[in-house]
Design a protein around this ligand. Sequence first.
Ligand code: MG
Length: 178
Amino acid sequence: MRVCSRLLEESNRSLEIHVFDFDDTLVRTNSKIKVEHNDGEVTFLSPREYAKYRREPGDVFDYSEFEEVIEPELVTSTFLRLKRAVKELGSDNVFILTARGNPEPVAEYLDSVGVSGVRVFAVGTSDPAAKANVIKDEVISKNIKRVYFYDDAMKNIEAVKKLRKILSGVSIITMRMK
Ligand SMILES: [Mg+2]
């Protein structure tokens, strides 16, 4: 009986995914978003400042610093969770979900710190619905039963929590990383 329940537990874990945001969740970098305002003034926002920024008419955003991973510093507690998830579940069940537009620099960076093979979804927008949609599609296409979602931005956490209403029978566990 004990063996049976352990087998069941293992097979259940293959229906589990762990989804990590990148900036300010796994890594802190010095990349900034450049904003040119209507009056010609220029400001630079960290991803955290950008998440709270209210756009004004005429704002022009430049995300080019997010084409690279500039002066990265791992957030150790989250990184250990990522490593453990990959070890326990395999890289198919772990992925990175970032508002960045280009997945390549993120994948290269992860490679350089010893994490290979995890997929990187770069949604290219700070709209939280974009992240929630990627998770929804993954859950539906692979019949996932449990989701762990790690992100530092409250608006992303809220958007993913809302999936509970449409994905019945799926446990969605969100963790806000600071
Ligand atoms: Mg973030």
